[in-house]
Design a binder for this molecule. Sequence first.
Ligand SMILES: [Zn+2]
Length: 122
Amino acid sequence: MHEAAIVAGLMKILERQAALHGVSRIGRVNLKVGRLKAVEPQALVACFEIFAEGGVAEGAELCVDHLPVRGRCGACGCDFEVKGYRFRCPRCGGGDVAVTGGEELYIESFEAAEAAEASEGG
Ligand SMILES: [Zn+2]
């Protein structure tokens, strides 16, 4: 259940960012997660709901966007998307592949919930 640890960290970031931007309630969080992180989106959302309770992100929607695994060939420098965990260069067939993507985990953006008391000045 490393999702709980991930979400705990995300919450801290969200609360700090919300305070910085004067957001009192978050409506939606866009999260980017690399496929190598092997997190269960459903578990992540479930944890998010628990951690968000009583905080700035309570009731917010968590949108998880998966990022592909990427690799770079050490022999020819080819940069490619790794599919099906096949770490082999599609150009030269070399196996000397360095992982360059897929381990990301960050908040791309978040949106403030619509304020109930929005005032429009003329
Ligand atoms: Zn290659």
